[in-house]
Design a protein around this ligand. Structure first.
Ligand SMILES: Cc1cc2nc3c(=O)[nH]c(=O)nc-3n(C[C@H](O)[C@H](O)[C@H](O)COP(=O)(O)OP(=O)(O)OC[C@H]3O[C@@H](n4cnc5c(N)ncnc54)[C@H](O)[C@@H]3O)c2cc1C
Ligand code: FES
Length: 263
């Protein structure tokens, strides 16, 4: 059973319009968490909102974790009002992490909007465990929504920027930038972002013949595989169902397992 910890907020700051970084003192979670896993946050004490909100680990430090989030609705709006020194209940780590494979020669992380959130911890894991530095494609609607560029550059990653309106980097979708990078057969792409962006990234990877690992998002209730609230359509039958649970079987999936035509 994943643990529930009461965590003190060490820092909480707005990093872009409606986007925040929350740093939590969470030694037990930090010790166990791996890049790609997530936690469920109780955004305020009491029964409202009833459900915890899933968030992945942006960074995993020795005694703390950081969460990078976008205000989407009521839960994240309440979260954005929390202050340094307050506490928040955190359940986790949950889900399966990104697999790290030393046979891969080129790791390309592709983040769309807030979908960049799991990639700083993944970049750190690739650097520390595989001894190689990933490339990162950061894509967003416009320049002010490009997140984590400085963090990736400080880690030594090559960063490619893309915006829908051309205000920074190239005016292109993330998947088009990936194709232009000419990844080669021993590359692996990792993607996270809106479903259409991940579907396009999957299609490009199929064309190029490379593996794509997608970190999916779905609305969640239990976060632990029981309620089936987070299922997405799969291409293969798993335990007699063509469905996978994002919280328990994922959130990271080989993109070829997902039935993208349903999204
Ligand atoms: C494994 C996982 C990791 C995630 N990591 C992050 C993260 O690191 N940073 C971040 O900003 N967000 C992340 N999300 C999405 C985040 O959980 C939702 O944005 C959040 O729960 C919305 O809550 P709310 O109360 O603000 O919005 P609500 O009022 O509940 O909903 C507002 C809108 O957001 C949509 N929505 C609600 N929940 C989700 C969801 N889980 N996924 C996609 N859309 C949703 C609703 O359909 C609605 O359109 C993650 C989701 C999952 C499943
Ligand atoms: S949220 Fe309950 S099974 Fe995934």
């Amino acid at each position: 059973m994943p643990q529930v910890s009461t965590c003190e907020i060490q820092a909480h700051m707005e990093v872009a319009p409606d986007h925040y970084r929350l740093v939590l003192h969470a030694p037990e979670i930090a010790q166990e968490a791996c890049a790609g896993q997530f936690c469920m946050l109780e955004v305020q004490e009491g029964l409202y909102p009833f459900l915890r909100r899933p968030m992945c680990f942006e960074r995993i430090y020795k005694d703390s974790i950081s969460i990078l989030y976008k205000v989407e609705g009521e839960g994240t709006r309440l979260m954005s009002r929390l202050s340094q020194g307050q506490t928040i209940s955190v359940q986790g780590p949950l889900g399966k992490p990104f697999p790290l494979d030393s046979d891969v020669e080129r790791h390309i992380l592709v983040g769309g909007g807030i979908g960049i959130a799991p990639f700083p911890s993944l970049a750190e894991a690739i650097i520390s465990e595989l001894g190689t530095t990933p490339e990162v494609i950061i894509a967003a609607r416009t320049e002010s929504m490009l997140l984590c560029e400085d963090e990736f550059r400080q880690m030594g990653c090559t960063v490619h920027l893309a915006t829908d309106d051309g205000s920074a980097g190239v005016k292109a979708f993330a998947s088009e930038v990936l194709r232009e990078l000419n990844p080669g057969p021993k590359a692996r792409a990792y993607c996270c972002g809106p479903m259409p962006m991940m579907r396009a990234t999957h299609d490009v990877c199929q064309d190029l013949g490379i593996t794509c690992l997608a970190s999916l998002e779905a609305e969640m209730a239990c976060g632990d595989g029981v309620c089936l609230g987070c299922v997405v359509e799969a291409n293969v039958e798993i335990e007699a169902e063509r469905m996978v649970r994002v919280c328990y079987d994922g959130p990271v999936f080989d993109s070829s397992l997902i039935n993208w035509s349903a999204y």
